[in-house]
Design a protein around this ligand. Structure first.
Ligand SMILES: [Zn+2]
Ligand SMILES: [Zn+2]
Length: 680
């Protein structure tokens, strides 16, 4: 530990390990300047970590939370303004534009710039708070008159002026009492609330000024408004103050900011791309599914084309389950309330369940999970060690309550289908079973065209013993086997201690889609709770009764959600094996209809999914229609093709590929379907 003898000097340790002795009060900017003026110009913000034990530690508040914006410095590692005087021995990192944390700082600074512009143009506006987000920033404001699109445009224009003025962000401190008095006098009810909530009596509060604008904020910010180089005011949405509809209606103005125009452009291209892939839009355009207001929100209607894709997904899954030693089962959608009491769902899960239904003999509830059903099948006959492992799989429909207004297409629904399985085995079989689950999950991702995935291992916190059921031994064994399997397979993973469910550790597999977005789908989850609650047993080799280990696992997760992700991943252009219509047939004129029908019959006999456009329309209109429907192959047939038993092939993404014999085409298409190619 570095401790200075002189209290006038402090030690600043740089990332390369070198240590500089500088006068107390030196700023990070001074340090940067002393290294090189170029560095000083490039650096955005500083990260410090005290080197003395007394204040070391890591700030625990969630980044971007209100507490992190307003509360007192937690000590520990933190970001500070370049202009902040260093007052103790610290490890110092100078963050440049390439650093993700620096991007958040420029975005939050852009929120100050936006607030400056808003108050210059609309001085009656009251300010809430303006944090950085993953995609940009927002500022919550209160103004009786709603802002219009034109207002947003003028705010953005004024922001450019604030940036051009290159005003320094200057930190000042004053007493909490003065802050409260001043803000109250100005009617800034939200600032008053934040000061009262996040600071304590007798504390100093920090204010940041740029030009004539002052904001209550903990910082840090970029050195001056001129550093906010590329930004855009995006949109506006309503929000109630403190989320309570009895309170004032706030206006949340969203913007985004980047370090340069190139990154900003790339961001907008990505947004366009995300919009073009929106599964709700494509679902309608390609007639895959719908959600019908008359039936209720969050409930999915699979149309014939979506249904065909679902059937293909389900067939693949069932075949794979059987090939991998699972047995398919079916369990009821409603079951007696008493069962949910035994399983414990009545207690810890009831807020996610639909209310009970009173029938003549008892109360029933819709199932939110399939596990108790599979357990009842297991329990229905005595099991011995020779029967294990028992692997039950079901594409089980479950119903979970989601608050109205929170549903989102196929991604967040009230009824869905889990590709659920439960494995009951002996402790000695655990590793093989987990390894097989992980392999199965990899196979799902690969088959459906996802090359990349991320794995998280959620384990318990042994210090928080009372929050978990199951013996220490169980936890060690289960977490150890999950970890061992990942290690053996060479799969990189992140361990998250304390993130396990109370009933056991788990592996989560998040796939990465074509836009780099992460989706949580597959889970392999241990359970020490249900086998005990249901008193599950098997007779061991020793003739004694033992409790089996239970694993829940779902690979698609939810068939609906997985389908939603597939639609967006492929932008609706499904690979041939999944495409609801694989081949579109276009006879050039009516006199080629007979030949087209013969081709259709042959393709169908080969097991291919075909649609013949027999309308009296122009050839190009028919081709366009199939293209819009993202059909992988369009076959065009005229005199030449009819005479030689050939077809002229147009391939999605490639265009006209010329004539081939029908037999040759059938071989190619069949090969793509059987090989489940993802290229086309
Ligand atoms: Zn701020
Ligand atoms: Zn389960």
């Amino acid at each position: 530990m570095l401790v200075n003898v002189s209290d006038k000097m402090i030690s600043v340790q740089l990332p390369d390990g070198s240590v500089r002795e500088v006068p107390r009060g030196t700023t990070a900017f001074d340090v940067a300047t002393s290294i090189s003026p170029r560095l000083a110009a490039a650096v955005v913000v500083a990260r410090i970590r005290p080197l003395t034990g007394a204040t070391a530690g890591t700030a625990t508040e969630e980044e971007g939370s209100e507490a992190s914006m307003y509360g007192a410095d937690a000590g520990g590692e933190r970001l500070v303004d370049l202009a902040a005087p260093l007052t103790e021995d610290v490890a110092l990192e100078l963050l440049k534009e390439s650093d993700e944390a620096a991007l958040k700082v420029v975005r939050h600074s852009a929120a100050h710039v936006m607030a400056t512009a808003i108050l210059e143009l609309f001085p009656e506006t009251k300010l809430g708070h303006g944090p950085a987000t993953d995609a940009g920033f927002f500022y919550d404001v209160y103004r009786e008159t709603p802002f219009t699109e034109d207002d947003l445009a003028s705010i953005e224009k004024r922001m450019a002026e604030v940036v051009a003025r290159d005003e320094k962000f200057v930190r000042e401190e004053e007493s909490r009492e003065k802050g409260l008095t001043d803000y109250s006098a100005q009617g800034e009810f939200m600032k008053v609330y934040f000061i009262e909530k996040f600071t304590k009596l007798g504390e100093e509060i920090s204010l940041y000024k740029n030009g004539n604008f002052t904001d209550f904020c903990r910082g840090p910010h970029v050195p001056s408004t001129g550093r906010v180089k590329a930004f855009k005011v995006m949109s506006i949405a309503g929000a109630y103050w403190l989320g309570d509809e009895k309170n004032q209606q706030l206006q949340r103005i969203y913007g985004t900011a980047f370090f340069n125009a190139k990154d900003l452009d790339a961001h907008f291209k990505r947004l366009e791309e995300i919009k073009a892939r929106d599964h709700r839009v494509l679902g309608k355009q390609l007639d895959l599914f719908s959600i019908q207001e008359v039936a209720g929100s969050g409930l999915i209607f699979w149309h014939p084309k979506g249904g065909l894709i679902r059937k293909t997904m389900e067939d693949w899954m069932r075949d794979e389950c059987i090939r991998r030693g699972y047995e398919m089962v079916y369990t009821p959608h409603i079951m007696r309330r008493d069962l949910w009491k035994i399983s414990g769902h009545e207690g810890f899960y009831s807020q996610n369940m639909y209310p009970p239904m009173e029938l003549d003999d008892a109360e029933y509830r819709l199932k939110p999970m399939n596990c108790p059903g599979h357990i009842l099948i297991y329990k229905n006959s005595p099991k011995s060690y020779r029967d294990l492992p028992v692997r039950y799989a079901e594409l089980g429909n479950v119903y979970r309550y989601e608050r109205s207004g929170t549903m989102h297409g196929l991604l967040r629904v009230r009824g869905f289908t889990q590709d659920d399985a439960h494995i009951f085995c002996m402790p000695s079989q655990i590793e093989d079973e987990v390894a097989a689950c992980v392999e199965f999950a990899e196979s799902v991702l690969k088959t459906f065209g996802f090359a990349e995935f991320k794995v998280e291992l959620s384990t318990w916190d042994p210090k928080d013993r009372k929050s978990y059921v199951g013996s220490d031994e169980n936890w060690e064994m289960a977490s150890g086997s999950l970890k061992k399997v990942l290690d053996l397979k060479g799969i990189p993973f992140k361990t998250i201690p304390g993130e396990a469910a109370f009933y056991g550790p788990k592996i989560d597999i998040k796939l990465v889609d074509v836009l780099g977005r992460l989706w949580q789908l597959s889970t392999v989850q241990f359970d020490f709770n249900l086998p005990a609650r249901f008193e599950l047993e098997y007779k061991g080799e020793d003739g004694e009764n033992h409790r089996p280990v239970m694993v829940h696992r779902a690979l698609y997760g939810s068939v609906e959600r997985f389908f939603g992700v597939l639609i967006e991943h492929y932008a609706g252009a499904f690979p041939v094996w999944l495409a609801p219509v694989q081949i579109g047939l276009v006879p050039i004129s009516e006199k080629h209809l007979d030949y087209a029908n013969a081709v259709k019959a042959k393709l169908e006999a080969a097991g291919l999914r075909v649609e013949l456009d027999a309308r009296n329309e122009k050839m190009n209109a028919k081709i366009r229609e199939f293209t819009l429907q993202k059909v992988p192959f369009v076959l065009i047939m005229g005199d030449k093709e009819a005479a030689s038993e050939a077809v002229s092939v147009r391939t999605r993404g490639k265009g006209d590929e010329g004539s081939v014999s029908l037999a040759e085409f059938i071989e190619r298409a069949k090969g793509l379907v059987e090989g489940r190619g993802i290229g086309l």
